[in-house]
Design a binder for this molecule. Sequence first.
Ligand code: SF4
Ligand code: SF4
Ligand code: SF4
Length: 264
Amino acid sequence: MIQCAGSRNSERPYCSRICCYSAVKNALKIKEQNPGANVFILYRDVRTYGFYETYYAEARKKGVVFVRYTLEEQPKVEANGEKLKVTITDPILKRELQLDTDLLALSTGIIPAAGTDALSQTFKVSLNADGYFLEAHMKLRPVDFAADGLYLCGLAHSPKLIEESIAQANAAAVRAVTLLSKDKLESLGNVAMVNPKWCKGCGLCVEACAYGARVLNEQTRVAEVLDVLCQGCGACVASCPSGACQQKGFEKEQILAMLDASNS
Ligand code: SF4
Ligand code: SF4
Ligand code: SF4
């Protein structure tokens, strides 16, 4: 087995978390069924984190051979007749090893699901640099999106083991129930508002709103604010070219009065 195949490099820098654990689990299964089998795991770091470390120790005890390689000096795979031959430099022996394989398994990393980009645009939710959905706050709101009423869990969020996905799914479900169990939702005090006389129906504020709180009324061609979704960020106000959009508590007259007061 070759670990980190196509992972933890400049193109895909993150760790997929499940592949080291899966490789060790598979190696133990092979050894259980055929104790005489030669099993090699070529790795960069063995990331069997937490209590899974005991499986790593057990695999070593059962004779699974772990050989380390680096990003700069990766194992070479070549055809050798009907089979594949793997060449690697063992960093402890400082010698080249040539391994004839009956079966070669590459631990390729997890990648974001197809359609993630489109989904993020539909719901106006952010993705992180690796292409996974981004939570509102890593510690304080780990299963919430920044916009209310949208939650995330599992591989949509990042690579993780099944039990981690289940725990996160439970958390997301509880967060959703918390919202659904309310008879009424209260909006913030500083939501945006639109002066319909000045609105030109350009739709720029709809594009600027990251929370899906702006819609353009197709009949009146006037922008509207969905108060309960509005987070009072003010992005729509800044984007409106005709001054039709204001935010309660930060209206133009109030801002100018504050500036005048600070200058006097
Ligand atoms: S879990 Fe996967 S990506 Fe992470 S170190 Fe192991 S093989 Fe590489
Ligand atoms: S202030 Fe404007 S941009 Fe910000 S959430 Fe409310 S409607 Fe959307
Ligand atoms: S940006 Fe201003 S003018 Fe354009 S639709 Fe929104 S409120 Fe109306």
